[in-house]
Design a binder for this molecule. Structure first.
Ligand code: 5GP
Ligand code: ZN
Length: 114
């Protein structure tokens, strides 16, 4: 297995609170939530960040966003509002080098983000 935390979660080698799963993606709650709702969506295929996703995978990225709104609804924040965050590379604060989308909601979000 790829030596990557989120690949291990995708392979169920490390437990996580799974919110949604299909052939392409896994969604699970963040271990250190920054909001009442804080869920991560990962593609099961490993890409270190958005920078490594090739154009041929545009459909995969679209799939993540289509499912993000469904997951927001599952978590009860579709109407009240939520933020989808994709940190990419050093200055963004990306810590886990397997692309992941944060879904944050359940409280008002600040703008601009820090
Ligand atoms: P980043 O800063 O890379 O955009 O976000 C990484 C996120 O992964 C953080 O919000 C962090 O709390 C979360 N995280 C790190 N390790 C684990 C883990 O083992 N399990 C889960 N569920 N979340 C994790
Ligand atoms: Zn990975």
């Amino acid at each position: 297995m790829h030596d990557c935390l989120f690949c291990k979660i995708a392979a169920k080698a490390i437990p996580a609170k799974v919110v949604y799963e299909d052939d392409l993606i896994l969604a699970f709650d963040d271990i250190r939530p920054m909001a009442p709702v804080h869920t991560l969506i990962i593609p099961k295929e490993h890409f270190a960040s958005l920078n490594e996703v090739p154009a041929e995978k545009a459909g995969l990225l679209a799939h993540v966003l289509v499912k993000a709104k469904e997951i927001a609804a599952l978590k009860g924040v579709a109407t009240t509002g939520y933020r989808v965050v994709l940190n990419t590379a050093r200055d963004s604060g990306q810590e886990v080098l397997h692309i992941h989308f944060h879904i944050l909601g359940g409280r008002p979000m600040l703008w601009p983000p820090g």
